[in-house]
Unconditional design. Sequence first.
Length: 252
Amino acid sequence: MGRWGHLLAAVLLFLGAWPARAASYFKLPPLPPPALYGNLLIDRISSASGVKPVAFSHWIHRARYTCRVCHVELGFAMEVNTTEITEARCRKGEYCGACHDGKEAFGHTKKECGHCHSGDIATEADRFPAFAAKMPKAPYGNQIDWVRALKEGRIHPKRTLRAEPYRPIRYDSKLLLEAEWSMIPPAYFPHAEHNLWLDCANCHPAIFNVKKKTTKHFSMTYNLKGRFCGLCHLRVSFPLDDCQRCHPGMHR
């Protein structure tokens, strides 16, 4: 191989490795153990009231309900400790009380207080390995491929708590999102997979503008600050470490 051949091979090798280098450029937050990924401590007023914070595990609830049930129908905000949950409102059937009424799930009784108000983010973690063993695998987060689990019928989460049947808006468009860096392969956003879990109102218009390419400051830098995709994909949905899930042309 001549000099130009060696140079071409070096350039191709560099270009092939560049996406992986780009991934390492961004400082991704450390991930908790799989059993704790998506777990939250809800402590807006608990500690101040002399009560232990509520430990909430997304993986437990996600197997039973889609995201839209809590974040559309029940009005939970997407940021922890920003929803005005109170004991009185729960007892009236709002927020947690919509399900935790002693019928759908355990109720608000003195006997059950410690079940949620444990103050321990690892509450129920011992149940996770047996649950995860039955689920399709993923490399990051809690290492469960939730979309596959739903499509394969391994879980059957409710899409509504209302009496009338839920009729989702069918929108299966897959968007191509060009990266700002010329050597980073594009990302693809599949509406169909998101529609399995979410409602249009979860994303539009508060997080993303409805009109294509008009959302300002949409970039990986802002994703890592918990905005846009990062609102879910840093905390609950598969984390941004899984570059290839969105950028299929990227090398590990």
